[in-house]
Each structure stands twice: as C-alpha cells, then as structure tokens.
Ligand binder design. Structure first.
Ligand SMILES: Nc1ncnc2c1ncn2[C@@H]1O[C@H](COP(=O)(O)OP(=O)(O)OP(=O)(O)O)[C@@H](O)[C@H]1O
Ligand SMILES: [Zn+2]
Length: 779
C-alpha cells in the first residue's frame, strides 16, 4: 500500500492514492479550482476532477443545454435541454465525488462544493482579478478566442496558473500559462482571424459555395436582422449613387439599367422587396387579434396570407432575377467564364402556390437531400411565412442551430449557386457545416485532452506544495520545469505515440499582453475616427474591455462604471488627426489602459493612405491587387507591420525609443493581423477559433522529439528525462512562427494524412474552412 492509501480509501480513489504522495493528495483535496466552460471538454474535466477527489470547484458557463450537445456532453440528458449547462454539470459531477474519510484530508474538513455560475466570463463585475485570485489554478474548456483571451489576461494579472486546452476533430493540445513561470501566454502567438471576403466577391462575383453561404447569411441579416445597415448587402443612398456613377462610366446602358431598378429614395429592388416582406412581418406581429377570433376572419386571413406570399415572391424575384439582370446589364460579367443565369420566372410563379410543400416539411425529408431551385424557392417562402405568422421575432443574428435560419440560408445560398453555376449544391447538412465552419467534435479527443489537463493540474499543485514546504524557490520555476505543452496527434509518431509533449514555449518578445511590447498600427489617420479605432481595433482586435485612451498623455476617451459617457462622446466622431492634444498622426504613440485586465499598452501609429487587396484574377488567372474602396475603411488597417522608422513628434520620448528599437525584429511579429482577405496570416493561423488554438497544426514539427515521459512525471522519478527532452525540444518550439509554418507546409506536401487533413481545412477546396468562425460541433 502506498504512502497515501489507507484501508478506508474508497475503491475509486485507490489508483490515485497509490500514485500520489500523501501531501500532494491533501493539496488536491484542499485546492480551489475554477473551470471556465462546461461543454465538450468541460464535462470531461468535471468528471475527471470529481473522480480524482477535487472537492472545491467553481464552474462558469453562459450557455444552456441544446439537443445537439447530448451526444458528447455526457453529463447532460434530454430532460436537461434548456437548463444551464454549468448547473446540470456541477450537480452531476458532485454525485461522483468519492466520500472521504478523515484520514484522507487533515487540512480541509469543509464539505465538497461544485458551484455553478451561469454567466459570461467577460463580465467584469462578477469575474475579476480578486475573484480569480481565490483559486489555486484555472482550467479553460472554451470554444472561442475572445473568452480565452479574457481568461488569459485575468490569470496573468492575478498570477494564477491557467491550463489552456483545445480540440479540433482528432487534434488537440494542452498547455500551461503562468506569469511567474516566464512561459508563452495564450496571446503570444497569432490566432486565426475571421476569414473575410472582399465585398465585391460576395455581392457580385461569387465563385465558391462558401461565397454563396456568406451572402445568404448577410441576406438573413438584411431580411430579419435588428440592424439591416449592418448587412454587407445593405446599400445606403450614397453608395447607390456611387454605383450608378461608376456604371455610367462603364457604359450608358448600365446607367439606364441602374436607374430602372432603383426608386427615388435610392433603394434597390432587393431592399424594396425585403422591406415589403418585413412590413408584412411587422403588420402580422403587431396584430393583436386573439387566436380564437381567427376562424371568423378566415377570408381576411386568406387575403393576408396571399399578400404575404406575393411579397415573398417579389423579394425573391428582386434577388434572383432583377438584381442579376441589373448586374449583367452593367457588363460586370463581360470577362467571366460564365454569365449568371437568373432564376426561371415559372419557378418563381409556382413557389407561392399554397399546395406546394417545402422539402423540410415532407415525410421523406432528410437533411442530406439536395433541393432543386423550385424547392429552394418554396423553402424560402415558407421561412418568410413562418416569420410573419410567429409572435416571436426571428433571431437578429444568424445562428446555425436555429432551424429556420439554417433552412433560409441553405435555400438562399443554393439559389445563388444555381444562378452563378457554382457547384456543388449543398444539402442543409453540408450547408450547416459551411455556415458554422464546423469540424466534427470527437468525444475521445475531448476526453484525452481533459485527462491531460488534470495531469497538468497535478503538476501545478505539486509545485505549490513543494514551494510551501521550501523544496523549491518559486512555484513558477517549478511549473516551467514540470509542466508540458502536449499535442494530441491523429497519426502515431515514429515511436508509436499519439501524445507529443514538449517544454512550455518561451514568451514571444513582441507580445503586448505578457511582454508589454509596443503595438504598431497602420491606418489612415485622416479617415479613421476615434470610434472606429475604439470598436474595430482596441476592442475587437486587441480585446480591451473598458479602455482608457490617451493621446500625448491626455485622456481622450474613458469607459467604466463611474465614468460619465458624455464626457468624451464628442471625441468619438473626430478623425484621429483632429483629436485633442495634437491629434494622432504618423508616429504618434497612443496609450491604452484597462484596469479590468490590469493591462497597459502603447500603440505606435503609422499613417497609410492607400490599401490594396489580392483577389483572384478571373481573366489572366492568378491573383491581382485591387485598391480597396471607401466602403471598407474600417477594414483597412494592419497591426504588427513596420513601425515608422523615425517617429516625428515622439522621436525624443522613451516610447518612441522603444518603438524604434523593436522595429528591427518586427518582421515575424505574431500579432500581425490584417482586417482583410488573403493575407499570409490566414494561412499561418489554422483553426484558432475552434476548440483548439493555433498550435495543433505545428504538431508535426515536434514529431521527432517524441517523449511521453511527462505523463508519468507525477511520481517524480522522470525529471531528468524530461529535462533532457526539454533541451531537445527547445530549438523547435522557439522557432519563429513563419519558419515553423513553412516547415509545416513542406511536410504536408509529403503526404502525411493527418496533416493533409489539417491543410484541407485551410484550403478553399474544403469549403468549410473558408468561413469566419470555426466551431466544433457534434459528429
Ligand atoms: N464567454 C463565455 N463565458 C462563459 N462560458 C463560455 C463563454 N464562451 C463560451 N463558453 C462556453 O464554453 C463551452 C465550450 O464548449 P463546446 O466547445 O463543447 O461548445 P458547445 O457550445 O457546447 O458545443 P457546439 O458549439 O459544438 O455546439 C460552451 O458550453 C460555452 O457556453
Ligand atoms: Zn504573451
């Protein structure tokens, strides 16, 4: 019997007791763990924590249980659908904690408690640095970058170790982030950004199914969204006029055609028709008629229904006939391989007939069926009618799990594919894959990764216990030595392992989060307003939550509970160049602080007037650069490019010096983000928005370094072996990101299936890889 195992140990804990020295077990039993996310990985983790004897766990999750979660989030049953995930998961896990006998835990006699918090980790008021500081360590089981970034920053600011994990299909990884260990943080490496398509491709020249799906999602926003002006398809009067003028330059015929299809208010036929169907929706949803009176107003209802059907038909004709003819009339496709073909008027006439049953309402309906154009039209009409006849408004944003939204997007995107001769036509099932960019979740990978996380938790607790006993000088040093970045691979390594541990990577010196590096930002300071800078860059790209912005040492904007929003409101609409304290021009250093994340950064601005984007050259083949037009101003920026070589105004300040010094080795900056398509970055950063981070694709680089010794390290006997492995691994794991990516690409050409699969996700041919957000879903 081992040191910690007693005759009274419950059988389920005996294995753990046999493996762990008694003090470590006691450390586990009294530790306080925070788990963020109780979905796929989170459920596995909760079960592992409970069965390993962890008694004090808090769980944060914002979501409720959906039917689609049940196949892999095994703590949930169908009776739990609609209930808070964290509550159900905590209760289920609590039942699994083996009862303890006094001898097991001398230090802690408080009863076990798994406490759920049904909330958003982004909520500053509830989940802040002092809260995080009450835990021994934090475990992440999240599915998005924003939340991960937030936990990363909270943990760095609190000095609490974080065990980060992610999966994408068969691939997964686990790592440990700890400020005091001096290792890479979550934001040291760039994450894949939302895939962005040039507006012109989506609006006029789609060539792949994914373009049609993106268009259909924008159409959903235009038809049902709360803010139609946020749809990429929305046209204000100015852009309509600009389009008309441009068309006039092209040829006279174009102008005539354009004039024919816009009304006096400058609205396109599409907008007029979707307006019409929306008005029908409004008039129906505002109709307060009690349901019982319906039969007495049958004929009135019949009339109303036929009005709705007519409005739907008009909208569809505008979308798939009038608008297409207009574009053809403007000679937009004169060099295209195939000119689009508007939908048949006959199909459009038939689609409103009451007796035609939409495909999804038929008895033999299967989500893998492919709908004909006529069926797609009927399906769209049924969506319009459903919205009109329902008392609850549709979701303002497209959600792949919303049944109506998915039917609408499948039908609309397929109709667009038919018009533009794009193949293959998608079933609802495959369109959902593209729309949500879904890589099927594999429960086994989640389970493996959650197991690895608990092993890392043992390592951290061991370090904390060793520190308490004066065996090591600092916890961080111990973590750096004991903990591992572990990849879960699809194919076995040469030595036959699927788990590949490496030493924790060193921080990226250019990381503004953990290394306080100056951020370089290029944009047009004469066009960008403070509001654009705030929303597009400071909040969205850099993840600030309550920023204070300083120019020339003076506050130009501030947010917070006790801040009067009107105080700096007038600055928001000002162009950067016109801001107080001398404005922001080429070389200006902007300060940004966020006390909710204990983060302060400096942004060195480069003024840049003209922006280009590489697009497919349909005529000559290959790529060509086109100048970005005015509509995309907020997409015209670059983070992490070259900083101004001689910052004019700030040249003598310390900030400027920092800026200048860091310019030389800036080329491989991992925070380079272009807010537009086809930058090298997108290829560089695979699947970071899914359950995994960008690391998994680099797994191939460490294949030769395989050594699974750290799986047994908890027993303390393998430290040397791991240290030796660390040295071997260091050069690979510290390699600049671009170099590692190049090696990765090369290896893929050599035909490793696992890696090919990963690359396939990054290539246009795998449609699902092209969309904005990558999510893991049920398989
Ligand atoms: N900001 C956040 N605050 C709290 N919990 C979050 C936050 N963002 C995501 N989560 C939770 O993280 C969990 C991630 O789990 P998972 O990746 O299995 O996603 P899922 O939504 O359960 O499944 P899927 O998206 O595949 O249908 C989810 O339960 C989700 O609610
Ligand atoms: Zn970092």
């Amino acid at each position: 019997m081992s040191t910690s195992e007693s005759s009274s140990t419950p059988p389920i804990l005996r294995g753990i007791h046999a493996a762990l020295p008694a003090p470590l077990l006691s450390q586990i039993l009294s530790s306080r763990i925070l788990l963020v996310g109780s979905g796929g990985i989170g459920c596995e983790l909760l079960k592992n924590l409970a069965l390993s004897g962890f008694r004090h766990v808090q769980v944060i999750d914002l979501d409720t249980i959906d039917v689609s979660n049940l196949n892999r989030q095994f703590l949930f049953r169908s009776r739990h659908v609609g209930m808070a995930k964290c509550k159900v998961a905590s209760e289920a896990a609590m039942q699994m904690i083996p009862p303890l006998h006094n001898a097991d835990n001398d230090d802690d006699d408080t009863p076990p408690a798994y406490v759920p918090h049904h909330g958003n980790i982004l909520d500053n008021n509830q989940f802040h640095v002092p809260y995080i500081q009450t835990f021994s360590l934090v475990l992440n089981a999240l599915d998005n970058i924003t939340a991960r970034r937030r936990v990363n920053r909270l943990c760095l600011a609190s000095g609490i170790p974080l065990i980060e994990a992610g999966t994408a299909g068969y691939l997964g990884q686990v790592t440990v982030i700890d400020k005091n260990a001096g290792v890479e943080c979550y934001e040291c490496q760039a994450k894949s950004t939302q895939k962005v398509y040039p507006i012109c491709t989506i609006r006029s020249t789609p060539s792949m199914p994914v373009h049609c799906v993106v268009w259909a999602k924008e159409l959903y926003k235009l038809c049902f969204g709360g803010k139609v002006e946020e749809s990429m398809l929305f046209e204000d009067e100015e852009s309509l006029r600009a389009e008309k003028d441009g068309a006039a330059d092209e040829n006279d015929l174009a102008e005539k055609s354009s004039a024919d299809t816009t009304d006096g208010a400058g609205k396109t036929d599409t907008e007029k028709s979707t307006d019409a169907s929306n008005k029908s929706v409004d008039s129906t949803t505002n109709n307060n008629e009690p349901p019982g009176e319906k039969s007495t107003h049958q004929s009135k209802d019949d009339n109303f229904e036929s009005t709705l059907r007519l409005a739907a038909q008009q909208a569809l004709t505008a979308l798939f006939v009038t608008e297409i003819n207009k574009q053809i009339g403007m000679n937009r496709y004169k060099n295209a391989e195939k000119v689009p073909l508007p939908l048949s008027l006959e199909d459009l006439e038939k689609c409103t007939a009451t007796e035609v049953i939409p495909p999804t309402q038929r008895k033999d309906y299967q989500p893998t069926q492919i709908w004909s154009p006529a069926e797609c039209l009927v399906e769209m009409v049924s969506c319009f009618l459903q919205v009109s006849n329902s008392s609850t408004p549709p979701l303002p944003e497209f959600d792949k799990d919303d049944e109506m939204a998915m039917r609408f997007v499948t039908a609309a995107s397929n109709l667009r594919s038919y018009v533009f001769h794009i193949e293959p036509i998608q079933s609802l099932y495959s369109a959902k894959g593209i729309a949500g960019n879904i890589i099927p979740a594999i429960a086994t990978t989640n389970a493996i990764v959650a197991g690895l996380q608990v092993l890392q938790a043992f390592h951290i607790l061991k370090c904390q216990w060793m520190y308490k006993n004066g065996e090591i000088e600092d916890v961080g040093g111990g973590i750096k030595k004991l903990c591992r970045y572990t990849y879960c691979l699809r194919e076995k390594t040469r030595r036959g392992y699927i788990l590949q541990p490496t030493t924790l990577p060193l921080p990226n010196p250019n990381c503004f989060v953990c290394r306080n590096a100056v951020i370089s930002l290029s944009l047009n300071t004469k066009e960008w307003t403070l509001q654009m800078l705030l929303t597009r860059v400071i909040k969205k790209e850099l993840g600030f939550s309550q920023p204070t912005i300083l120019v020339g040492g003076d506050i130009v904007y501030e947010e917070g509970d006790d801040i009067d929003p009107s105080e700096y409101a007038s600055n928001l609409s000002k162009k950067l160049i016109g801001l107080p304290s001398g404005g922001v021009g080429h070389g200006t250093v902007i300060g940004v602080e966020d006390f909710t994340q204990d983060l302060e950064v400096e942004i060195c601005v480069s003024h840049k007037d003209e922006w280009f984007i590489a697009v497919e050259d349909e005529v000559a083949g290959g790529k060509k650069d086109i100048k970005l037009d005015d509509r995309e101003e907020s997409e015209k920026f670059e983070i992490g490019g070259k900083k101004p070589s001689v910052p004019p105004s700030a040249a003598t300040t310390d900030e400027a010096q920092t800026t200048k010094d860091s310019t030389a080795d800036d080329d491989d900056s991992s925070v380079e983000v272009m807010g537009m398509e086809s930058t090298a970055n997108n290829a560089q950063k695979p699947s970071a928005e899914n359950n995994g981070s960008s690391k998994e694709a680099e797994a191939g680089n460490v294949e030769d370094d395989d050594d699974d010794s750290d799986i047994e390290i908890i027993e303390g006997g393998t430290t040397d072996a791991v240290a030796a492995t660390s040295n071997e691994n260091t050069s690979e794991s510290r390699m600049p990101l671009k170099k590692r990516r190049l090696d990765w690409d090369r290896e893929n050409q050599n035909g490793d299936d696992a890696k090919k699969a990963k690359i396939a996700e990054d290539t246009p041919a795998a449609n699902s890889a092209e969309i904005e957000i990558i999510e893991i879903d049920s398989d």
